[in-house]
Design a protein around this ligand. Structure first.
Ligand SMILES: [Fe+2]
Ligand SMILES: [Fe+2]
Length: 137
């Protein structure tokens, strides 16, 4: 998703809300399978959730940095500090995703550390979206 949809608060917020609610649902699915001890479903849900973060949320961040943030910076250079801060939030999301991937490669089980990082993704993403909507619109 890019272009005009990102420039309008209403449509941009809808992208954020859709992304977050899907991530919450998929995280809850994963927690449920873990509690039931369904190993195969746990692994599937974990892969699915990781893929969701990459294709729905990180790709949104990439699109913003490649288009929306650049355009905005040209139009309003006074927003440079805010854009740097928001880009750092995106980097934290990317770091969390790559840490989870690295942990998955090392260890076949879903550890408490992995679950902490999935929950951290939800929190960082929620705060980031709120700040982005507040600072750039
Ligand atoms: Fe963003
Ligand atoms: Fe955004």
């Amino acid at each position: 998703m890019s272009g005009p949809a990102l420039r309008q608060l209403h449509s941009h917020r809808a992208i954020h809300e859709g992304g977050l609610s899907g991530a919450i649902m998929k995280t809850e699915d994963l927690v449920g399978y873990l509690q039931q001890g369904e190993t195969e479903m746990v692994n599937e849900a974990c892969d699915h959730l990781l893929d969701y973060w990459k294709t729905r949320v990180i790709s949104h961040a990439d699109a913003e940095e490649e288009g929306f943030y650049k355009q905005l910076l040209e139009e309003k250079p006074e927003l440079e500090r805010e854009i740097i801060q928001l880009t750092r939030d995106h980097d934290l999301l990317r770091l969390l995703v790559s840490d989870i991937e690295a942990a998955r490669e090392k260890e076949p089980n879903i550890t408490a550390e992995i679950m902490q990082k999935f929950h951290a993704l939800l929190v960082v993403n929620e705060l980031h979206s709120r700040e982005e909507e507040r600072l750039l619109f």
